[in-house]
Write a protein that binds this ligand. Structure first.
Ligand SMILES: NC(=O)C1=CN([C@@H]2O[C@H](COP(=O)(O)OP(=O)(O)OC[C@H]3O[C@@H](n4cnc5c(N)ncnc54)[C@H](O)[C@@H]3O)[C@@H](O)[C@H]2O)[C@H](O)CC1
Ligand SMILES: [K+]
Length: 206
């Protein structure tokens, strides 16, 4: 059983509008579910985009940090999502290891982190990807593919279309994917996802 992007957005809306479960609660459920699946390592590089996929990543980074793991968090672009901003505000009270990637020069620091840490969490794009990956985002995806020791994508590997599985310009090649709620249509039999684990979201079925 897999879901389209539109079906996933419907589940999200039903949870928040009908059942009054605020997006930040869904994000925290997802983050804890992901943390419980991936916490067996000591050092992590978390790469976050501008939306809620990035928000998931920052929330996971917090749980890893609070459980004694080494965590470097990178944010590409400008935080557009309220839940991402809220989670960044919290994480900033816990660590200074939060780095903004604003231009290609900043990618050097990301590469150093990718090479030294055991695991990279790809939280750049989730099902909000809506066009070709280009520019700085493309360079970051290429850096992950070239320098990460072990890559775990959150919800869906960044750069693939959630409905078709097509690579939109550039995409992360994941060793594993922690997909939220249910596998997306574009992930079925898609080798780019690696091993897929479904993560509990706490959203009512519809
Ligand atoms: N579905 C649920 O119930 C939950 C999902 N969660 C997570 O939220 C993401 C979807 O988040 P969204 O904010 O819609 O977008 P993304 O984070 O996937 O994308 C970020 C941002 O990027 C912009 N964008 C799209 N394409 C491009 C591009 N090619 N280049 C640059 N920027 C691009 C777009 O505007 C987006 O805003 C889902 O995958 C889950 O990880 C919740 O955390 C929990 C509930
Ligand atoms: K992702």
């Amino acid at each position: 059983m897999s879901l389209s992007r539109e079906e996933m957005f419907k589940i999200d809306r039903n949870a928040t509008e009908v059942h009054k479960i605020r997006p930040i609660i869904l994000m925290e459920n997802a983050a804890l579910g992901i943390f419980n699946e991936i916490n067996k390592y000591d050092s992590y590089t978390v790469i976050c985009g501008e939306g809620n996929n990035g928000g998931d990543g920052v929330a996971v980074a917090r749980h890893l940090l609070l459980n004694g793991r080494e965590v470097d968090t990178f944010v590409v672009g400008d935080a557009k999502s309220e839940e991402l901003r809220e989670n960044l505000e919290i994480l900033e009270t816990l660590t200074t290891n939060i780095f903004k990637i604003k231009n290609v020069e900043d990618i050097e620091k990301l590469i150093d982190s990718l090479e030294v840490n055991e695991v990279s969490l790809d939280c750049i794009f989730g099902i909000g990807l809506s066009r070709k990956v280009e520019g700085l985002f493309k360079e970051v995806v290429k850096a992950i593919n070239e320098h990460s020791n072990y890559t775990i994508s959150i919800d869906i590997p960044s750069g693939i279309d959630a409905n078709t599985g097509e690579v939109l310009g550039e995409a992360v090649f994941a060793n594993e994917t922690m997909t939220i709620y249910e596998e997306k249509d574009g992930m079925v039999d898609n080798v780019i996802c690696g091993k897929i684990t479904n993560i509990y979201l706490g959203a009512p079925k519809i």
